[in-house]
Design a protein around this ligand. Structure first.
Ligand code: 6PG
Length: 472
């Protein structure tokens, strides 16, 4: 019999997703191209290794793979984002028939997804860009899935995607039809942006406790564990495990090189914000913090020149309560900024994104699941088209935490500790809550050197003025 789903690309995520499908009772054929340099065939090996789970029909021949699938076909691509996706689509081309559906489950750029959907549509081929979050374990047991594409495409495979997705607290799938064309991949991209922000926030708290308060990794683990009774954040939870990991006679964290890598999706969110002309402070700060961390050698040399040796300036007892409040504020602001970008993109692209639903499918399976996300479902339901900071409940919390956020950032900066995430959160908050910004000066400068004109507070908006600044 023929399989209702085919899966191309047996990397870590592809393998896990194939096993997930099979475990949930969805018949699936798998394909991986034959790799010359390898002695064993990846697809064959995968099938042999997982024989006890399911008898995977495996292929390294595209034509035979395509023949093994029920028509119209549903083909999930789990290949590296970028040119590889176009190459695989090209290799499918000779065997595709009208109404076949290709689902790209990788971290593709949403603009590539928009382009691919448009091109394939001309041939009568359906295309979905589905963001998948949760890493290897999530893909295997239940990820959060963010599919974008036409109604026709979602009606066809939505059921299957929902079957393999994680469950929220009501038992509903962490998968929803996010919107048309690139919407799913945009939402996944922003998920990763928020992920970068939360990771940086945790890292800053760790850094301050470790070096500013001379806490041991074990002590920090206990502090984070305490915090996480409230936060229930997956990223905080794994950070506790990380901090407790010992190796020989020390902690592993102390031996890990402090230079972060990235695959780009965090920065894509910044690019999108720049294009849309909207802020994205915390997420951008998190991306740039990774970038500067990469300059390890220069940083080490600069210490000698500037003598910034970050002396301990506080104690765990003194700092931890304030730091917890600063942390909570940073996290809320990071989420507010992320969801605001979704709102702006939704307007610009006419995607009609349902932010509350997006929060809901992010409550399990994905990397940024947390108690806050759980609460955002309701908060975003009540004010679906406003910045989260304008929500009464959120403002109550922010007002409580803000003094600590200000203080922690101020003290840390004074003592020579960088605070890219928390300070950008403070700056965003102060800017967002200032009726009088500094931009009157910017406007005057623009008018002075370039006659760019300005609007006036004592005249109606939309009326533009120019001054001859040297005429006294
Ligand atoms: C997820 C993760 C996953 C991932 C990215 C980002 O949702 O499961 O976001 O997609 O870890 O690859 O990784 P980088 O830190 O390398 O950019």
């Amino acid at each position: 019999s023929k399989a209702p789903v085919g899966l191309v690309g047996l990397g870590v995520m592809g393998k896990s997703l194939a096993i997930n499908l099979a475990t949930k009772g969805v018949d699936v054929s798998v394909f991986n191209r034959h790799v010359e340099e390898l002695e064993v065939d990846i697809a064959k090996n995968f099938a042999a290794e997982n024989k006890s789970i399911y008898d995977f029909p495996w292929f390294d021949n595209m034509e035979k793979f395509m023949t093994s699938l029920e028509r119209p076909r549903n083909i999930i691509l789990m290949v590296n984002a970028g040119p590889a996706v176009d190459l695989v689509i090209e290799s499918l081309q000779p065997f595709l028939n009208e109404d076949d559906l290709i689902i790209d489950g990788g971290n593709s750029h949403y603009k590539d997804t928009i382009r691919r959907e448009k091109e394939l549509k001309k041939q009568g081929i359906l295309f979905m860009g589905a963001g998948i979050s949760g890493g290897e374990e999530g893909a295997r047991k239940g990820p959060s899935i963010m599919p974008g594409g036409s109604d026709e495409a979602y009606n066809r495979v939505g059921g299957i995607l929902e079957t393999i997705a994680a469950r929220d607290k009501n038992g509903d799938p962490c998968c929803t039809h996010v919107g048309p064309n690139g919407a799913g991949h945009f939402v996944k991209m922003l998920h990763n942006g928020v992920e970068y922000g939360e990771m940086q926030l945790i890292s800053e708290a760790y850094h301050l406790l470790r070096f500013g308060a001379k806490a041991s990794p074990e002590e920090i683990a206990s502090i984070f564990e305490n915090w996480n009774r409230d936060m229930k954040s997956f990223l905080l939870e794994i950070s506790v495990d990380i901090l407790r990991k010992r190796e020989d006679n020390g902690f592993l964290i102390d031996k890990i090189l402090d230079a972060a890598k990235q695959k780009g999706t965090g920065g894509w969110s910044t690019n999108a914000a720049l294009e849309l002309g909207v802020p994205l402070d915390t997420i951008t700060a998190a991306v740039l913090a990774r970038n500067i961390s990469g300059k390890k050698q220069e940083r080490t040399q600069a210490v000698e020149m500037y003598g910034n040796n970050q002396q301990a300036f506080t104690s765990v007892e003194e700092i931890s309560e304030g730091l917890f409040n600063a942390f909570k504020a940073g996290s809320i602001i990071n989420h507010a900024i992320g969801f605001d970008l979704l709102l702006e993109a939704s307007k610009s692209y006419n995607w009609n994104l349902n932010l509350s639903e997006i929060a809901r499918i992010w409550t399990n399976g994905c990397i940024i699941r947390s108690q806050l996300m759980e609460e955002l479902i309701e908060l975003l339901k009540h004010s679906p088209s406003k910045n989260l900071l304008m929500n009464k409940e959120i403002s109550k919390r922010i007002k409580e935490y803000q003094p600590h956020l200000n203080q922690i950032v101020g003290n840390a900066i004074n003592a020579g500790f960088p605070m890219p995430l928390m300070s950008s959160a403070v700056n965003y908050l102060h800017s967002f809550t200032s009726a009088q910004s500094s931009a009157n000066m910017i406007q005057a400068q623009r008018d002075y050197f370039g006659a760019h004109t300005y609007e006036r507070t004592d005249k109606a908006r939309g009326e533009f003025f120019h001054t001859d600044w040297l005429d006294n």
